[in-house]
Design a protein around this ligand. Structure first.
Ligand code: HAM
Length: 557
C-alpha cells in the first residue's frame, strides 16, 4: 500500500470544515485591517532562503527540501560533437541516412518516433557491390532501458523496411550519451546491452542548473515579490497568504514536514510609516483579535526586542567572548555557531547545553537608544489597547532576518510544540535581497497548530444538508434534479437521492447525511406541484407548494 510520505498528512472531511472555518474567519479579520492576499510560488530559488532566512539557521542548514533543476540536456550539441568526432576520421564514412532510405519515405518518420536521431552508413563500394554497416544512432542524456529498447525496435524496423540492396548490410544500433559518469558505460555495463553499442562522449552537454527549494516559510518569498514587482509604488503594503510550507523536521504532534501557515506582512518604504512602533502594536493586536475570532483563549504573547544591526554586532561580540571558555563542552552545532553566528546558539535544543545558554548575556542589555525607545513605544501602545504580553528576553527566533520586535504566541494545549505563531520585524530583509529599504513586520500562524488548539469541533462548524430530496419511482430523477437546482440557487445545501431507492432507504440516507428535511418527489406530488416535506427531528410533515419550498426549508429549524 502506498502511504502519504513521512511528516505529511491528508486533511479529510469533516476536519477540513474546521480549516475552512479558520480560513474564513482570518480572511474576515484581514479584510478589516486592510490586508490583501498575495500568492507566491511554493518553490523558490534556494538562494532566496540562504540570503533571507540565513545559512546558519536550522531551517536552511538542515531542514530544506532542495533539488537541482533546470538542467537541460543539449541534444543538438551532442549530435554535433559526435558527428565532428566521427567525420574527422573519414568524412566519407558518415552520412546523414536520408540518401539510403530508398523506397521507404515513412522509414525516417518511424525512426524519429522512436527517438533514433540518425542513421549512418559506413561502407565501401567493392566490385561485388556495396558492403558495410548501417548504424542507427540514438542520442540520449543517459543510458536507459527505454533507449536500448527503442534502438532494438529501430533495428528490426530497418531489417524489414530497407530496400533489398541494404538487406545484406549488418545493422547495428548505437546509443550515444554524455560521458559524465564513466562507470555507466564501462565495458562491463556495455556488455549488458550486448547488441547495442553504448558510447559515452566527453564534454558538457547540459545547460546550467539552478538550485530550487520548497519554501520553508513565506516572508522571504513575499519580500522577493515586493522587490520583483516594485510594490512600493503602492505605498504601505499589507499582505496575507495562506498555504503549505515544507521543513524536513522530525515529525511529532504539531510538527509536520508539510504544514500550513497563515502569513501576514506589512512592508513599505520608511516614508510610509512601516518602521513605526504603531505597526508592531497593530499587528500584535490583530493577532489577538484573530485568535479571539476563531475562539482560542488562554494564549500567551511572549515579546522581545532583538535590536538592530548595530546592537547585533555588539551582542555577537559579547556572546563570542562569553562562549569562548565554555564552548568546548557544548554540542558540535553550538561550537560552529559560536564562530559563524553566535546568536544561533540560542536555538540549541540539546538539554546539556541549556545551563550554559541560560548564563549567556541577553540582547536586552545591548539595545541602542532608538531600539529601546521603539520597544518601549510598542509596549506602551499594547498596554493602552489592553493586549497582554510577557517579556522574554531569551526569545531570539530561529530566523536571521529579525530586527527589533520579535514575538511568539504560545498555547498550553499544544504540548512540546507550543508556538501557535511567531513573527517579528525585519527591517533589513529587503536590502539583503537586493531591494530598496523597506522595513516590515509580520507573523505566521501554524495553521495545523491553530486547528489543534481550537475548542470548536468539526461537527459544530460543518454545514449539514438542509434537505434530502427523495425521488420516488420511475422518471422522478429528472423532477428531483430540477427541484434541487432551484433550491440550491436559494443557497440551500441539498443532497439528492435516486429514484431506485425505496422510501425506507431514502429515509436512512437522509438520516445518515444528517439532513434537516426530507422532500418526497413522487408522481402525485409532481402533478400537484406540491411536495411532502418532513422535518426529520420532529417528524412533522406538510405538503408545500413548489414556490414556498425554499422559504419553508430556510426558516425551519
Ligand atoms: P516560524 O516561527 O518559523 O516563523 O514559523 C511560524 C509558525 O509556523 C510556528 O510558530 C508554528 O506554529 C508553525 N510551524 C513551524 N514549523 C512547523 C512544523 N514543522 N509543523 C507545524 N507547524 C510549524 C516563520 O516562518 C516566519 N516566516 C514568520 C514571520 C512572518 N516573521 C515575519 N513575518
Amino acid at each position: 500500500m502506498i502511504k502519504s510520505p513521512r511528516g505529511t498528512r491528508d486533511l479529510l472531511p469533516p476536519d477540513t470544515a474546521l480549516w475552512n472555518f479558520v480560513e474564513a474567519a482570518v480572511r474576515d479579520v484581514f479584510r478589516a485591517y486592510n490586508f490583501h492576499e498575495i500568492r507566491t510560488p511554493i518553490f523558490e530559488s534556494t538562494e532566496l532562503f540562504a540570503r533571507g532566512v540565513g545559512e546558519e539557521t536550522d531551517i536552511v542548514a538542515k531542514e530544506m527540501f532542495t533539488w537541482e533543476d533546470g538542467e537541460r540536456f543539449d541534444e543538438k550539441k551532442l549530435i554535433e560533437e559526435w558527428l565532428k568526432a566521427n567525420q574527422s576520421d573519414d568524412p566519407h564514412q558518415v552520412q546523414d541516412g536520408r540518401v539510403n532510405v530508398q523506397g521507404n519515405p515513412s522509414f525516417l518518420t518511424r525512426l524519429k518516433e522512436l527517438g533514433v536521431q540518425l542513421q549512418v552508413w559506413r561502407g565501401i563500394q567493392t566490385k561485388s557491390g556495396l558492403t558495410g554497416r548501417v548504424e542507427l544512432v540514438a542520442f540520449r542524456d543517459k543510458v536507459s532501458a527505454d533507449a536500448i529498447e527503442a534502438l532494438r525496435k529501430a533495428r528490426s524496423l530497418a531489417k524489414s523496411e530497407y530496400s533489398p540492396e541494404f538487406q545484406n548490410h549488418s545493422i547495428s544500433p548505437r546509443l550515444v550519451f554524455p560521458d559524465r559518469v564513466p562507470i555507466l558505460y564501462s565495458k562491463k555495463t556495455g556488455g549488458i546491452f550486448g547488441d547495442v553499442i553504448v558510447e559515452g562522449l566527453p564534454g558538457n552537454f547540459f545547460s546550467s542548473s539552478q538550485s530550487l527549494t520548497l519554501r520553508p516559510e513565506n516572508t522571504a518569498g513575499i519580500v522577493r515579490a515586493y522587490i520583483e514587482h516594485k510594490l512600493w509604488d503602492r505605498g504601505l503594503n499589507k499582505f496575507f497568504s495562506i498555504g503549505p510550507m515544507f521543513r524536513r523536521e522530525r515529525p511529532q504532534k504539531g510538527r509536520y514536514r508539510q504544514f500550513y501557515q497563515i502569513d501576514a506582512e506589512v512592508i513599505g518604504p520608511p516614508s510610509s510609516g512601516s518602521e513605526s512602533p504603531a505597526r508592531d502594536a497593530e499587528i500584535l493586536e490583530m493577532v489577538a483579535t484573530l485568535l479571539d475570532r476563531v475562539g482560542i483563549t488562554g494564549w500567551t504573547l511572549e515579546l522581545n526586542s532583538v535590536g538592530c544591526t548595530n546592537d547585533r554586532a555588539k551582542f555577537n561580540e559579547a556572546l563570542r567572548k562569553a562562549l569562548e571558555p565554555v564552548v568546548a563542552k557544548m554540542c558540535s552545532d553550538c561550537q560552529r555557531r559560536a564562530v559563524t553566528n553566535p546568536l544561533r546558539v540560542f536555538d540549541c535544543k540539546v538539554p546539556e547545553d541549556q545551563p550554559v545558554i541560560a548564563k549567556l548575556p541577553r540582547i536586552s542589555h545591548f539595545l541602542d537608544e532608538p531600539c529601546r525607545a521603539h520597544f518601549d513605544e510598542v509596549q506602551a501602545i499594547l498596554k493602552s489597547i489592553g493586549v497582554p504580553y510577557t517579556i522574554n528576553d531569551r526569545l531570539v527566533r530561529g530566523l536571521d532576518y529579525y530586527t527589533r520586535t520579535a514575538f511568539e504566541f504560545t498555547h498550553g494545549a499544544l504540548g512540546a510544540q507550543n508556538a501557535i505563531l511567531g513573527g517579528g520585524r525585519y527591517d533589513g530583509l529587503s536590502e539583503a535581497l537586493g531591494g530598496p529599504p523597506a522595513p516590515g513586520i509580520g507573523f505566521a500562524i501554524g495553521e495545523d497548530r491553530l486547528v489543534l488548539s481550537l475548542s470548536a469541533s468539526a461537527e459544530s462548524v460543518i454545514r449539514k444538508p438542509d434537505v434530502y430530496i427523495a425521488p420516488l419511482g420511475d422518471g422522478m430523477n429528472g423532477e428531483a434534479a430540477r427541484l434541487a437546482r432551484e433550491l440550491r440557487r436559494h443557497d440551500l445545501v441539498v443532497e439528492l437521492g435516486d429514484e431506485t431507492f425505496r422510501l425506507k432507504k431514502s429515509f436512512e440516507a437522509a438520516d445518515k447525511a444528517k439532513a434537516r428535511y426530507i422532500l418526497i418527489v413522487g408522481e402525485n406530488e409532481v402533478k400537484a406541484d406540491a411536495f411532502a416535506l418532513k422535518h426529520l427531528a420532529s417528524g412533522k410533515q406538510d405538503t408545500v407548494p413548489r414556490a414556498e419550498l425554499a422559504g419553508r426549508i430556510a426558516q425551519g429549524g
